[in-house]
Ligand binder design. Sequence first.
Ligand SMILES: *[C@@H]1O[C@H](CO)[C@@H](O)[C@H](O)[C@H]1NC(C)=O
Length: 163
Amino acid sequence: MAFLSNNSRIALILFSCLVMSFHSSASAQNYGTATYYTPPYMPSACYGFADQGVMIAAASEAIWNGGGACGQYYQVTCVSGTNAGTPYPCQGSSSVVVKIVDLCPAGSCRGTIDLSQEAFASVADTASGVINISYQQYVLQLIIHTASQTYDLFIYNTHVLFF
Ligand SMILES: *[C@@H]1O[C@H](CO)[C@@H](O)[C@H](O)[C@H]1NC(C)=O
């Protein structure tokens, strides 16, 4: 009992020393185009009938990686119209973070990433149909400071890396 209570006291002290901070960082910037698709969003190639919300996207072969892209997050930024569509479609917030839940199959896919209608609408006028984008994989970094050490926890794809 004494051992246990000592342990919990140590845990309490340790916890009170923890300062956590989140910030996002990202991998290399890529350029491409985005289109959008409309509900129903299920079933998806990655999750079947499991609901993943609406901030989602289907990856073209450029991102898909044989299904390895499933569950990865991408930050998509509207850059401009394409030469074919509306000249100035970018509106709303400049970028959106989406989770890859599906495949945009080669042949019918018309862009690098096929955003949900909701995700597309948050960065551009849906009337344009297709936009030029920059995109990068989104990484969540959790920095844990204790009295003696700082840990960097990278929540990257679906893996957690500890440094
Ligand atoms: C869209 O991107 C393509 C490829 O980078 C570029 O050639 C084109 O000029 C861009 N369109 C506009 C309207 O900026």
